[in-house]
Ligand binder design. Structure first.
Ligand code: F3S
Length: 400
């Protein structure tokens, strides 16, 4: 606070203490990792960009492993994809400012897939709602939903205020959802997340009936759905996630009565899925799969679905990945096969961070996605018509 570690540390501590005071935090906690969001010019805006520049310019260096959320374009394929050179240069400038602070420039919403994964009980300071819910729920580490300034300040100081999900008392479940729908595949989990997020809002839900065989990518999809229709930062899946060996343990001292107990049945699954659709799958000229960025297993699932088929000429089909996972897919031969089917693996980018003008200039009339979060963001904020549904129905509609 007295400036001996430089202005960036001093300002960061001022900010963290102000946040802590507003939440009645009693102390600052040491954190082992941070993940900063708003790592692209459209999301950061002028204010965010200036903040990064000032912290970097005043000598700020991350003292704990700190990763970055997606860019607004694929830094390798932006030209082929028709992005504006001005946007590319602005992205590269911001990226280099963040690089000066010694971040790990993975530009992904799933940095835990490329080695950045706090362990159970560790305190962390992460932004990006889908990653926050994964860290809290699946890894059992502890983070609040940080904004860009507080995550950045935590990365520069290794500290965060002790409030919210860092404290045991706030990690217990407050409502129960009995899942009877018989879920299969990431879209079903995404739909469940979207349904429960609406009910839970910022409360911690306990989910009964998630099968122990649920895959990593299905849990990722579930968390992203929960964090998009609501602001859920932590859920418990009984018998699956680390703090929920039983529903009673997950609830702690909270008494959950009938008014806080819900069901998610087959009908809810179907109705929720349909509620997100504004067009038929056949009306899409853009396909966006892989929100949040996918693991190698999910790429193999996509490969299986597109294998032997060809995406129709007027349609662009994207799978969103971190560049290291794309490299892995290349080594395994998956990338070449997917490309021969007309599917592009798009690296380090979030389509919802791309400016709306990009979609207008490309003339996309509607898009199809298997992610409730992507559907919600692009159809809501960018007003692009959406088909939301299972992978098989999308593949059938967009390829020969
Ligand atoms: Fe990731 Fe963007 Fe989806 S940040 S979770 S690809 S909306």
């Amino acid at each position: 606070m007295d400036g001996i570690y430089g202005e960036a540390v001093q300002r960061s501590l001022e900010l963290l203490i102000a946040v802590g005071e507003s939440y009645d935090a009693e102390t600052l906690l040491p954190v082992t990792s941070a993940h900063v969001l708003a790592c692209n010019p459209p999301t950061a805006g002028k204010g965010g960009t200036l903040f990064y520049e000032e912290m970097s310019g005043s000598g700020g260096k991350f003292i704990i492993p700190t990763t970055t959320n997606p860019a607004c374009l694929d830094p390798w394929a932006w030209q082929e994809m028709g992005f504006d050179p001005g946007l590319y240069h602005a992205q590269m400038e911001l990226t280099s400012v963040i690089a000066e602070m010694e971040a790990f420039l993975c530009h992904t919403c799933a940095p835990y897939l490329v080695g950045h994964a706090p362990r159970i009980g560790e305190h962390a300071a992460w932004g990006e709602s889908s990653a926050v819910v994964y860290v809290n729920s699946v890894l059992g580490a502890r983070t609040n939903r940080e904004g860009t300034p507080s995550a950045l300040a935590a990365g520069l100081t290794g500290r965060t205020p002790a409030y919210g999900y860092h404290l045991d008392k706030n990690r217990h479940g407050k409502l129960i959802v009995n899942v009877t729908a018989g879920l299969k595949g990431t879209t079903d989990y995404s739909t469940l997340g979207y349904f429960v997020g609406k009910i839970a809002q910022d409360k911690v839900p306990i989910l009964n009936g998630i099968q122990p065989s649920v895959s990593q990518q299905e849990l990722i999809a579930l968390g992203a759905g929960l964090a998009s229709s609501g602001s859920v930062a932590l859920y418990h899946a009984v018998g699956v996630t680390p703090e929920a060996p039983t529903a009673e343990i997950a609830a702690g001292s909270n008494k959950i009565g009938p008014s806080d107990t819900f069901e998610f049945c087959r009908k809810d699954l179907q109705e929720t899925e349909e509620s997100l659709c504004s067009i038929e799958a056949e009306a899409s000229d853009l396909v966006i799969l892989g929100c949040p960025h996918v693991n190698i297993n999910q790429i193999r699932t996509y490969l299986g679905a597109f294998s032997g088929r060809k995406v129709k000429d007027h349609i662009d089909a994207w799978i969103l990945v971190q560049s290291g996972i794309k490299r892995y897919a290349k080594d395994l031969g998956y990338l070449d096969i997917l490309e021969s089917c007309g599917v592009r693996l798009v690296s380090n980018m979030c389509p919802s961070a791309a400016p709306v003008n990009y979609y207008r200039q490309k003339g996309y009339g509607g898009f199809a996605t298997d992610s409730a979060k992507m559907c919600y963001l692009l159809s809501g904020a960018k007003q692009i018509s959406a088909y939301y549904g299972k992978l098989e129905s999308i593949v059938d509609a967009v390829s020969w």
